[in-house]
Write a protein that binds this ligand. Structure first.
Ligand SMILES: C[S@@+](CC[C@H](N)C(=O)[O-])C[C@H]1O[C@@H](n2cnc3c(N)ncnc32)[C@H](O)[C@@H]1O
Length: 244
């Protein structure tokens, strides 16, 4: 990494800890009074940006129930669904408040399929589960194609992949994010020159074969420890270039 950064960007500097209180926000106020929760503080603006307006939200990883309570208050109109492998989390199932909990493994596609059939399609999916690359990647592979068009998929705590205790395969979720970035650009691997996708040009191609992912990944954002993948509202069509 350091060699690729070059000498100026790789220059060692100290990064300090900081206990000052963040700016007061709606979710920040809810977070301050929340108990039994485990989130990094800098995730709050990310939630504030992408979660409002969701009809149905799925969180992988319920644990002690604190985040479900936070979502309930922050997103009063949203149906909140949590899943966890730990049967203790079932106590937070509260259908009267439209908070639902199902117990199962985030890598078990028949379990996930049942959750999607029962409560989906979700317009927000937040993976705060086991945090190993295999768990994150296999849940994403199954759930992203089932996310509501226009929806958003957040994978939290990708920082954990840098710790060997959370590494159950050679590649990390960050490596997988690069795969998603390549998949988003798959049309350009099939197109040979700008004329192939130039409006009005005689060489313009009618179609190319791409992986399904290329038609549904609208954009990918990488924040510190959170990867956000946006699903396009409509299946994407080939890019068009204009030269005049
Ligand atoms: C970080 S905690 C969730 C914290 C909670 N979202 C919060 O903010 O308070 C992670 C949870 O993922 C669950 N988990 C671990 N492996 C899992 C798996 N394979 N499938 C589903 N849940 C899993 C753990 O039982 C644990 O409760």
């Amino acid at each position: 990494m350091l060699a690729a950064l070059g000498p100026e960007l790789a220059r060692p500097v100290n990064m300090r800890s900081d206990d000052s209180l963040p700016e007061e926000t709606v979710i920040g106020k809810i977070f301050e009074k929340s108990e039994h929760i485990h989130k990094l503080r800098h995730y709050l603006p990310i939630y504030e940006r992408f979660l409002p307006g969701a009809e149905r939200m799925l969180e992988i990883g319920v644990d002690r129930g604190g985040s479900l309570q936070m979502w309930r208050e922050f997103l009063p109109d949203t149906t909140i669904v949590g899943l966890d492998i730990n049967p203790n989390s079932a106590q937070f199932d509260d259908p009267d408040r439209r908070v639902h909990v199902r117990i199962g493994d985030q890598t078990d596609t028949s379990f996930l399929s049942g959750v999607v059939d029962e409560f989906g399609p979700f317009d927000v999916i937040l993976d705060d589960g086991g945090h190993t690359p295999n768990q994150m990647i296999s849940s994403f592979q199954f759930l992203f194609p089932r996310l509501k068009p226009g929806g958003v998929y957040l994978v939290e705590d990708v920082c954990a992949n840098y710790w060997m205790g959370y590494r159950d395969r050679p590649d990390s979720f960050i490596d997988f994010t690069k795969v998603l970035m390549d998949a988003m650009h798959a049309p350009y691997m099939a197109l040979r020159s700008p004329f192939d996708f130039m409006e009005g040009h005689p060489k313009r191609v009618d179609h190319v074969q791409v992986p399904f992912a290329a038609t549904i990944i609208d954009s990918i954002q990488v924040f510190d420890s959170v990867v956000v993948v946006h699903r396009s509202k409509e299946p994407k069509t080939l890019p068009r270039t204009v030269y005049r």
